[in-house]
Design a protein around this ligand. Structure first.
Ligand code: NAP
Length: 264
C-alpha cells in the first residue's frame, strides 16, 4: 500500500489529460508537495491554480521540461530534488500517440513516440530511482495502456512503446524491491483527452473520463496493486486475450477504425 497523505510527488504530463487529473486527485488526498512537469508553463500554471483551489496547503512547483532532452532533465531533477526532495512518488504519465496504418507510418512519428514514451520515461526514472534508492523509499508509477497488453491495428508503434513500458516496469519491480521502491503500472483504456481527440475511435469502445482513471490509480495504490487495469472493458479484453485470443483478434479487426483506408 502506498500512502499519499503528507508525501511529495512528481507527475509528468501534468498540464493536460490524465496527468492533470492525477495531480488534482493527489491534491484531494492531502499530498504535501506536488512537482508538475510538462513543456507548456502556462498550462502548468493553470493546473497549479486548480490545485490551489482544491487545497491551498499543497505546495506546487512547476517544472517546465521537455522530457526528450536528457541534459535538461538531468539538471532540473538534480535541482528539484535538492530544493524540494526527497520525492517519494514519481508518476510517469507524459506520452504521445500516432494512429496510422502501418504501411503509411512515418519514421519521424515512431521516433517521437519512442523518445518520449520510452526513452523519456527511462531518463527521468533513472534519475529519480537512484535518489530513491539512497533514501530506501519510493513508489514509481509508469502509465502504460490497455494497448500495452492488447495491440490494436493502426496503433502498432504506440502499442510497441506501451508493451515496452510493461516489460520495463516488471523488471524494475524486482530489481528495486530491495531498495524499498515499489514499481507500478497503470493501464488506462480509451480516455477522453486531447490525445484521443486526434484519433479515430475504435468501434464499440466507450471512452472514460480522466478523473475516473485518476481515481482508479489512487484506489489501486491504496490496495497495493502492482498493475492497475482501468475499466471493465480492459478486464474483459485481457481475459478474452488469455482465454480466446483468436476471438479478440476478430473483435479488433471489426473495431479497427481505419478498415477502409488501411486496405488502400
Ligand atoms: N487518452 C487515452 O485514451 C489513453 C489511454 C491509455 C493510456 N494513455 C496514456 O496516458 C498518458 C497521458 O495521456 P493523455 O491522454 O492524458 O495525453 P494528453 O492529453 O495528450 O497529454 C499528454 C501530456 O504529456 C505532456 N507532454 C507531451 N510531450 C511532452 C514532452 N516532450 N515532454 C514533457 N511532457 C510532454 C503534455 O504536455 P505539454 O504538451 O505541455 O508538454 C501533456 O501534459 C500517456 O502516456 C498515454 O499514452 C492514454
Amino acid at each position: 500500500m502506498t500512502k499519499i497523505q503528507g508525501k511529495t510527488a512528481l507527475v509528468t504530463g501534468a498540464s493536460r489529460g490524465i496527468g492533470r487529473a492525477i495531480a488534482l486527485e493527489l491534491a484531494h488526498h492531502q499530498i504535501k508537495r506536488l512537482l508538475i512537469v510538462a513543456r507548456d508553463p502556462h498550462r502548468l500554471a493553470m493546473v497549479a491554480q486548480e490545485i490551489n483551489n482544491i487545497d491551498p496547503q499543497v505546495e506546487v512547483i512547476i517544472l517546465p521540461l521537455d522530457l526528450t532532452q536528457p541534459i535538461a532533465v538531468n539538471i532540473a531533477i538534480a535541482k528539484a530534488w535538492r530544493d524540494h526532495g526527497p520525492i517519494e512518488l514519481l508518476i510517469n504519465c507524459a506520452g504521445v500517440a500516432h494512429q496510422t496504418p502501418f504501411l503509411k507510418s512515418q519514421l519521424s512519428q515512431v521516433r517521437e513516440e519512442m523518445s518520449l514514451n520510452f526513452m523519456g520515461m527511462y531518463t527521468i526514472t533513472r534519475l529519480m530511482a537512484r535518489r530513491m534508492a539512497t533514501h530506501k523509499k519510493g513508489t514509481i508509477v509508469n502509465v502504460s495502456s490497455l494497448m500495452g497488453k492488447v495491440a490494436a491495428p493502426t496503433m502498432s508503434t504506440y502499442s510497441a512503446t506501451k508493451f515496452a513500458i510493461l516489460g520495463f516496469t516488471q523488471a524494475l519491480r524486482g530489481e528495486l524491491a530491495p531498495y524499498n521502491i515499489k514499481v507500478v503500472a497503470l493501464l488506462p483504456t480509451l480516455t477522453d483527452t486531447d490525445m484521443t481527440k486526434s484519433l479515430k475511435n475504435f468501434r464499440g469502445v466507450m471512452p472514460m473520463s480522466a478523473e475516473k482513471v485518476a481515481q482508479a490509480l489512487i484506489s489501486g495504490l491504496n490496495k497495493g496493486k502492482s498493475e492497475i487495469l482501468v475499466g471493465w472493458q480492459s478486464h474483459l479484453a485481457v481475459w478474452c486475450q488469455r482465454l480466446a485470443p483468436w476471438l479478440l483478434d476478430k473483435i479488433l479487426l471489426i473495431a479497427n477504425p481505419l478498415t477502409e483506408t488501411s486496405k488502400t
